[in-house]
Design a binder for this molecule. Structure first.
Ligand SMILES: Cc1ncc(COP(=O)(O)O)c(C=O)c1O
Length: 384
């Protein structure tokens, strides 16, 4: 497959900019296969592409996964769902986040599937639907221990037996979300799964069909087979990062995104010279510093100041001084042949070395999700 640039850039550029996020769609397919191999036959994938597919570009990722047979996608907001529809995506799109009644019109116009997390939401949506000939599909979310959006266990059956589900609404899926599936202690996840199984049994015993039941995020796909049911919601593992509980089998996932830049300038410092705001780095020897055109406005966190590393000529070079809004400085003193225009890798492989989003997360005190989601819209996504 040849490389292509994101269609979201505002104007047609004649050259690829210095700082790009290169996304490997073959690696995405590989990771999808890893998820499928761990799920029971027939288990549907509901790929989580919210937050611009964790920063990878929701349109390209959704299209690539749809080509691989994925028929369901999860987003957080109506806006995210509408963007998929506007780009011609016809697959099922589940809106998993907050849904204010003021957005019902958009929900229906864009044929998005809501997650109902409050009985009042079902009543309001039913009233809005009026007397349509076909009931509107919805998923019910039950809170089994995440403590976030969701119906209580006691609310599920009465709601499904209420008039709103005898006309306006149709149950397409029953779901829950796991709070602790990446913990090496499985106890809490087992409790949540047990609660979900009990609710499922209650609904089925009442003679109500549940076409889809889903609970598993990536960690549960990898570490909790009891959470698999007949659909699963992988997110981070599709993008190549494992949150499998420690101690389980290693998972051969491939990170699909590389964050690259090119050196804009190489500067010489005398011993005692400082760089960047507030002079937080002062050279202790005659030094060379490479200026990279990427900063915290691009998602390269300011918390990486004097902590991060960048690959240049296959070697790990320390970030020196404060990361700026648009620029980052790297100590390349030990690389005498470095020139402007040379490649620098902030996430990804160069030579024998590799920097992962997990490394940036560790250096900056966060999780790889936030590192990936944080890569800003100014960074051009390039797909191959
Ligand atoms: C409701 C829901 N399901 C599934 C996922 C996917 O989780 P992960 O990326 O850990 O696989 C998320 C992500 O936060 C989520 O909010």
């Amino acid at each position: 497959m040849s490389a292509s640039v994101s269609t979201t850039s505002v104007s047609p550029l004649t050259a690829v900019p210095s700082t790009i996020a290169a996304v490997d769609l073959a690696a995405l397919t590989f990771n999808l296969r890893q998820a499928r191999q761990r799920l029971p036959p027939g288990c549907e994938i509901l790929a989580v592409v919210k937050a611009d597919a964790y920063g990878h570009g929701a349109l390209a990722i959704t299209k690539a996964l749809a080509q691989q047979g994925v028929a369901r996608f999860g987003v957080a907001t109506i806006q995210e769902g509408a963007e998929l529809r506007d780009a011609g995506i016809q697959a099922h799109v589940l809106v998993m986040g907050a849904l204010p009644p003021s957005q019902f019109a958009d929900l229906l116009d864009y044929s998005l599937t809501p997650v109902i997390y409050d009985p009042a939401l079902a009543t309001d949506l039913a009233a809005r639907l009026g007397t349509r000939p076909t009931p509107y599909p919805v998923h019910l979310k039950v809170d089994t221990g995440m403590g976030r959006l969701g119906l209580t266990s006691e609310q599920v059956l009465p709601l499904l037996q209420s008039p709103v589900f005898r006309g306006p609404l149709r149950l397409e899926g029953l779901m829950t979300h796991l709070a602790d599936a990446d913990n090496s202690d499985p106890a809490y996840t087992r409790t949540q799964i047990g609660r979900f199984q009990a609710i499922l049994a209650q609904v089925k015993n009442a003679g109500l069909p549940v076409p889809l039941a889903h609970a598993a995020n990536s960690a549960a796909i990898l570490g909790h087979p009891a959470a698999h049911f007949n659909a699963a919601r992988p997110g981070i593992m599709l993008y190549g990062y494992s949150t499998a509980p420690q101690g389980g089998p290693a998972v051969p996932l491939k990170p699909i995104l590389a964050l690259r830049s090119r050196i804009a300038q190489v500067r010489s410092l005398a011993s005692g010279d400082s760089v960047s705001y507030n002079r937080s780095f002062i050279a202790s020897r005659p030094s060379k510093v490479a200026v990279l055109p990427i900063g915290y406005a691009d998602g390269y966190s300011r918390a990486l100041s004097n902590r991060g590393q960048v690959l240049v000529q296959g070697r790990r070079c320390p970030v020196v001084g404060r990361v700026c809004m648009d620029m980052t400085l790297v100590d390349v003193t030990d690389l005498p042949t470095v020139r402007p225009g040379d490649d620098a890798v902030l996430i990804g492989r160069q030579g024998e070395e590799e920097i992962l989003a997990t490394d940036l997360a560790a250096w900056s005190g966060t999780i790889p999700y936030e590192v990936l989601c944080g890569i800003g819209p100014r960074v051009l996504r390039v797909y191959s």
